[in-house]
Structures are given as structure tokens and as C-alpha cells.
Write a protein that binds this ligand. Structure first.
Ligand code: GDP
Ligand code: MG
Length: 162
């Protein structure tokens, strides 16, 4: 079976934009579990000859629950199912408590966590990403899901963990 890569991060950091940028063809996998809807969040992707399944955990929603609970459920699924986790931040809104909450959950897994910081659309923003170093997952990788920059560096790091 193919390795699974999950993108986690608080709402609006650009998970879905990055997901759409990385995937080349959508695979319709819809799986329903008690109270969890999973729709159009799994797709097959490929980088440098390595195939993998990419999950946009932002698309996993509980039938009810506060935003914090939703994000915790998303991180749990990443921890349970992924082989590599991409924690995504947003340089334009800097670091938030929610980023720290997700990071703390990810400390509990021994699975590789790669830190990427999105919306680094220009060179000045690429220096601001170092604030995220304090999350404890090493050097953040600057990416721009809208512009498509930095995605290759991120995917090199991801497939390097397979
Ligand atoms: P999600 O909630 O994490 O899935 O985030 P979305 O992918 O829906 O993106 C949230 C918003 O951020 C949208 O308005 C996107 O157009 C915007 N966005 C996503 N990626 C980038 C980026 O690289 N740069 C900029 N400037 N905006 C982005
Ligand atoms: Mg989304």
C-alpha cells in the first residue's frame, strides 16, 4: 500500500490550496464512520517517482463540535493514519495558540512531522517564517500554495521520510 501523507493545520492556513496544488488526479474515496464525514479529502499524488496518498485533514469534519474539537479530531486522524505529517502554518497571520495546540498534539507521535509555512509569497515573508521554529519541528519550509513556490522543497522532505 502507498504511504499516507496528511496535511494538518488550523483553518484558513491554505491546506486545501496546497492539497490541490500537489495532487494530479483526484481519487474518489469517500468513507463514512460514526459522526465523521470524509469527502474529497484523499487523493493520489506523485513526486519524483514516489507515489503516495495525500489527505487534506481540514476536510474531515465532525457532525458537531467547536472548532478546537474539530482540529483535534483532524490531528488525531493524521497521527493514526499518516506515515508523514505536514504541519502547515500561515506566515501572514503569524503563530497562534491554535498552531501551538496542534503542535503539542503532534509531539505525542513518533511519526515524522514536517513543518511548512504557507503564504510565503515574497522574499520578505520567507524570513518571517522563522517564528515558527519555536514549534519544535525544526526549520520551517516556506511555501506558497497560490504561487506554487517551495512545494518542491516540501515534497523532497516528505518523500525523504518514506
Ligand atoms: P484551509 O482552510 O487551510 O483549507 O485554507 P484554504 O486553502 O481554503 O485557503 C484559505 C485562504 O487562504 C483562501 O482565501 C486562499 O486563497 C488563501 N491562500 C491559500 N494559499 C495561499 C498562499 O500561498 N498565499 C496567499 N496569499 N493566500 C493563500
Ligand atoms: Mg480547507
Amino acid at each position: 500500500s502507498l504511504p499516507i501523507v496528511a496535511i494538518v493545520g488550523r483553518p484558513n492556513v491554505g491546506k486545501s490550496t496546497l492539497f490541490n496544488r500537489i495532487i494530479k488526479s483526484r481519487v474518489a474515496i469517500v468513507e463514512d464512520e460514526a459522526g465523521v464525514t470524509r469527502d474529497r479529502i484523499y487523493a493520489k499524488a506523485e513526486w519524483m517517482g514516489h507515489e503516495f496518498i495525500l489527505i487534506d485533514t481540514g476536510g474531515i469534519t465532525l457532525e458537531s463540535g467547536e472548532i478546537e474539537e474539530q482540529i483535534k479530531a483532524q490531528a488525531e486522524i493524521a497521527i493514526d493514519e499518516a506515515d508523514v505529517i505536514v504541519l502547515l502554518g500561515d506566515v501572514t497571520s503569524h503563530m497562534t495558540n491554535m498552531d501551538e495546540t496542534i503542535a503539542k498534539m503532534l509531539y505525542r507521535t513518533k511519526k515524522p512531522v514536517i513543518l511548512a509555512v504557507n503564504k510565503a509569497d515574497n522574499p520578505e515573508q520567507r524570513t518571517d517564517i522563522y517564528d515558527f521554529y519555536s514549534l519544535g519541528f525544526g526549520d520551517p519550509i516556506p511555501v506558497s500554495g497560490s504561487h506554487g513556490t517551495g512545494i518542491g522543497d516540501l515534497l523532497d522532505a516528505v518523500v525523504g521520510e518514506f
